[in-house]
Every structure is written in C-alpha cells, then in structure tokens.
Ligand binder design. Structure first.
Ligand SMILES: NC(=O)c1ccc[n+]([C@@H]2O[C@H](COP(=O)([O-])OP(=O)(O)OC[C@H]3O[C@@H](n4cnc5c(N)ncnc54)[C@H](O)[C@@H]3O)[C@@H](O)[C@H]2O)c1
Length: 256
C-alpha cells in the first residue's frame, strides 16, 4: 500500500461488483476511506468487508441511485461516517440489450434514469460539500459505446453514455472555480459479473477486435480512476480517457 489517497474520502457507486468493485478496491488500497453505494445489499456489503479485510477502511450504504432521495442519503452518509467527500466515482450503470426496433419507452427511461439521471442526482448531492472544501475529484464511468462506437442493441445505452460525456464537460466548466475536477473513463470490454452472459462470445471476439487480445479487468479501470481521483491529474478536467486495449484504433483487421 502506497497510500496516495491517505485522508481522502471516496464514494464509489455501483461498487458491489464489476468495475465499481475494482475501483473501490484500488482506491481503498491507496488509503482512501470508501463508501460503497449499491442497490444490492449483499454484494455491496461484501465489497466493503473485502476492503476492510485487506487493511482498508470501507462502509456500505444501500441506495437506488436512480432516486434523488437515495443519492442525497449517500452523500449524507459519507459526511456522517467520514466527515468529507473528496472523491466521487459515479459508476452505476445497466445495459439491457434490446434492438432499436423493439425499443420501448419503459426500457429507454430505465436506462436513462440509472445511467444518466443518477449522475445528475449524485453529483448534485456531493457538489455543495466539495465547494465548501474547495476540493473535489469526480470520476464518471462512461463507455466507448455511444461516444466512440455503436453496439447492436445498445442505442439507448450509447445515448446515455454520450449524455454523460456532455454532462462531464458542463459540470467541469462550471465547478472549476471551486477546484473541483470532473473527468470520465470510457472502458471498452471489461470482464465483470454484468457481462457474464456474454463472456464466452466476448472472450472469443476480444482476440480479433482488441489489439491487446483480451478483455480488461475491473482493476485496470480502477487504476485509471485512481489517476483521475488523485492529485497526479489535478490540471485535467472535462476529459475522458479511453481504456479499451486499443479496440477503437483499429481501421481494419490485418489478420482477416
Ligand atoms: N463491463 C463492461 O464491459 C463495461 C464497458 C464499458 C462501460 N461499462 C460501464 O461500467 C459500469 C459498471 O459496469 P459493470 O460491467 O461493472 O456492471 P455490473 O452489472 O457488473 O455492476 C453494476 C453494479 O451496479 C449496481 N446497480 C445497478 N443498478 C443500480 C442502481 N439503480 N442503484 C445502485 N446500484 C445499482 C449493481 O447492483 C452492480 O453492483 C457501468 O456504468 C457500465 O455501463 C462497463
């Protein structure tokens, strides 16, 4: 443990499993006090106890981030338990695959609420404390899907992630005067519980589509979140970093 985030308090949403779990473990391993916020009580509690067992400090709060009252509760819990909010990693997201021809208003709204509106709620809930502190690092999990590329059945998801990238820039501009930075990560394909059903197909495709020849681990997204949450990136704001093993640099497949 190097403790690059000693005395920092971080909220990580959707950290019961997958990428959020990876971000929480990496930040917790660097000395940050972590508040895990997730809708799933069991997995959220497990992530917190895994960090504690590894020598870190972590607590869990159950919250549905698509609800404003719950987002407010998350910010209040962080203040109550740890007294500050230095870092917010807004990572919660869902990706129900549905062809655009079959898209319904219900599914559209659910994806927008969980992926995009949740960011509005939780960032809004954390900003007043960050303004008071004159310090804040906000890191949003976006995606290459939407901002860079398209995936079948994910038009709603791509729209939500494109929306997040716009939100990142807008908030970064307005909050810079308070020494609050807002950045994002655009992962490619990451091996998580959420992508488990597609694992075998993804793994096969990864070899041909991704120059590095494999999917990312949640920790490999976590280390980029660490950079954006630390003072190593203090002059970067309003940006996103693509972490995709080179997937989006390929114009055509040399092996095909
Ligand atoms: N896995 C990938 O390949 C990939 C690629 C690009 C971007 N992403 C993005 O990364 C983020 C995490 O993806 P993942 O693959 O780890 O997902 P996942 O399904 O494995 O984990 C998501 C977590 O969010 C929680 N969650 C879901 N809805 C919630 C809600 N309303 N309130 C609170 N918590 C909620 C779940 O309980 C779960 O713990 C998402 O924003 C996703 O869009 C994932």
């Amino acid at each position: 443990m190097v403790d690059r985030l000693a005395n920092r308090v971080a909220i990580v949403t959707g950290a019961g499993q997958g990428i959020g779990g990876g971000i929480a473990r990496v930040l917790g391993g660097e000395g940050a006090k972590i508040l895990i916020a997730d809708i799933n009580e069991k997995s959220g509690g497990e992530t917190a106890s895994r960090i504690s067992k590894a020598g870190g400090i972590a607590e869990f709060v159950r919250a549905d981030l698509s609800k404003q009252a719950d987002a407010q509760k998350v910010a209040e819990t962080a203040l109550d338990r740890f007294g500050r909010i230095d870092i917010l990693c807004q990572n919660v997201g869902i990706f129900p695959v549905l062809a655009f021809d079959d898209m319904t208003e219900e599914v559209w709204d659910r994806v927008m609420n969980v992926n995009l509106k949740s960011a509005f709620f939780i960032i809004k809930a954390c900003i007043p404390q960050m303004q008071k502190q004159r310090y804040g690092r906000i890191v949003v999990t976006s995606s290459i899907t939407g901002p860079r590329v398209a995936a079948a059945g994910l038009s709603h998801y791509g729209a939500s992630k494109g929306g997040l990238n716009g939100l990142i820039k807008g908030i970064a501009y307005e909050e810079a005067k308070y020494n609050i930075t807002v950045n994002g990560i655009e992962p490619g394909s990451v091996l998580t519980e959420g992508t488990v059903q597609a694992h075998e197909a993804l793994k096969k495709k990864a070899v041909s589509l991704i120059p590095l020849g494999r999917l990312a681990t949640p920790e490999e997204i976590g280390t980029v979140a660490l950079f954006l949450a630390s003072d190593d990136s203090q002059y970067i704001t309003g940006q996103t970093i693509i972490v995709d093993g080179g997937q989006t640099i390929v114009e055509w497949d040399m092996e095909a």
